[in-house]
Every structure is written in structure tokens, then in C-alpha cells.
Design a protein around this ligand. Structure first.
Ligand code: DX5
Ligand code: ZN
Length: 216
């Protein structure tokens, strides 16, 4: 599977977001990972649909919108209308019936559906959702903040997902060249990375190193 790198704008400079986005696009990003936090599901607050809509205007990259919010069903339409290409919800926040509803809604809009699970959430919890989604986003940190350390338990979880799931597997949290190689080895193919890319001197060198590490 082709390895895709998705810079997470959580670690960008929000006072010059458009510029940072153009720079990562020019540096070889495949997707743009956009973290939406509500201060309830996670202990932090970020951005809403209005900002996603404006981001849509400044890049041709696919927008990979990661909803870390308590009530994703309530806001899904707004994020679709804002121009999301991929929408991820957390298994901790939805029932399977809600996921089915979301799947129908997103399919009609041509938006891909992803399911995510936090580090303490067991693989078995996400299993019934797998036939309903286009991709799985395995969290390798407890969501809320960039720059945290990779939790190694994610590797085994990725392996278990890959055993039964043929679609894309994304990983989010603490990804760098070293952990990137480990998760790709376990079966992941989309690397969301915030601080590793945006804190690097050269965005393109950082993105390249993720792809190279992954090819090893
Ligand atoms: C964490 C977010 C991540 C975050 C990753 O809650 O979902 O997307 O930006 O940041 P790094 O790559 O710095 O761990
Ligand atoms: Zn994220």
C-alpha cells in the first residue's frame, strides 16, 4: 500500500495558517489532518466548521478532519458542507446505529468515513464498526495535544486491525521517522504527524523522512 503523510495543523502557527498549509503542500504532504476538539471529549478546544471552510479555499489537499467531539452526529453536516474529504469519528462517541446513519450521509456526499479508537479502548470495541468504514485511525497518544510521546501499545492494535481490515489504517500521535517505520511495519499506511513536521526546520525533509522510514 502507498504510504500517505498527513501533516496535522494542530502544530502549525495559527496566526499564519494559510502559509503553513501552502508550505506543507509544496513539501509533499498527501493529506491535511485537521483536529477538531470540543473541550469535552478531550481536554482542549481547537477549531470548528468555519475554519475548515476557509482552509478549503487555500489548499487542494484532501482534508482529513478528525472529530474529537462528544456529539459528532450533531456536527457532521456542517463539516461536510465546509469541505471535508474524510471525516473521522471516535468509537467512544457513537453507537453502531449512529455510525450506519453517518455512513449513508457521508457516502451520499462523497466523503470517506473513518473510525478512531483511543489508547485505552480495546480493539474488540471497534470490530463491529469495521464493515461500515473506509479507514481506521489508531490513536497512539491520548488525544488533546500535539507533541506527546508515542504509546507503543498502538503497534499491536494496528496489527490486529490489519489482520481483519483491508482499508486504510491511519495512525495519529507521536509519529516520527522511527515510530513511523514501526507502525507501517505493523500494517498502517497513513501517517498523521504534527510536531514532527511543523517543528522541523525543513517540512519537506521531515515528510521525506517519514516516507523513507516507512519504505524500509
Ligand atoms: C492529538 C491529535 C493529533 C496531533 C498529533 O490529539 O489528534 O493529530 O496533532 O500531534 P503529534 O504528531 O505532535 O503527536
Ligand atoms: Zn488528530
Amino acid at each position: 500500500m502507498k504510504i500517505l503523510v498527513a501533516p496535522s495543523i494542530l502544530s502549525a502557527d495559527f496566526s499564519r495558517l494559510a502559509e503553513d498549509i501552502r508550505k506543507v503542500q509544496a513539501a509533499g504532504a498527501d493529506l491535511l489532518h485537521v483536529d477538531v476538539m470540543d473541550g469535552h471529549f478531550v481536554p482542549n478546544i481547537t477549531i470548528g466548521p468555519a475554519v475548515v471552510k476557509d482552509i478549503r479555499k487555500v489548499t487542494s489537499l484532501a482534508l482529513d478532519v478528525h472529530l474529537m467531539i462528544e456529539d459528532p452526529l450533531k456536527f457532521a453536516d456542517a463539516f461536510v458542507q465546509a469541505g471535508s474529504d474524510m471525516l473521522t469519528v471516535h468509537i467512544e462517541t457513537v453507537t453502531i446505529a449512529e455510525l450506519k446513519l453517518l455512513r449513508r450521509k457521508l457516502a451520499a456526499a462523497g466523503v470517506k468515513l473513518g473510525i478512531s479508537l483511543n489508547p485505552p479502548t480495546a480493539f474488540n470495541r471497534v470490530k463491529p464498526a469495521l464493515p461500515l468504514v473506509d479507514f481506521v485511525l489508531v490513536m497512539s497518544v491520548n488525544p488533546g495535544f500535539g507533541g506527546q510521546e508515542f504509546i507503543p501499545g498502538a503497534i499491536d492494535k494496528i496489527r490486529r486491525v490489519r489482520e481483519v481490515f483491508k482499508g486504510d489504517i491511519a495512525v495519529d500521535g507521536g509519529i516520527n521517522a522511527q515510530t513511523g517505520a514501526q507502525v507501517v511495519g505493523a500494517g498502517a499506511n497513513i501517517l498523521a504527524a504534527g510536531s514532527y513536521i511543523f517543528k522541523a526546520k525543513s517540512y519537506s525533509a521531515a515528510i521525506r523522512s517519514l516516507k523513507c522510514a516507512a519504505n524500509r
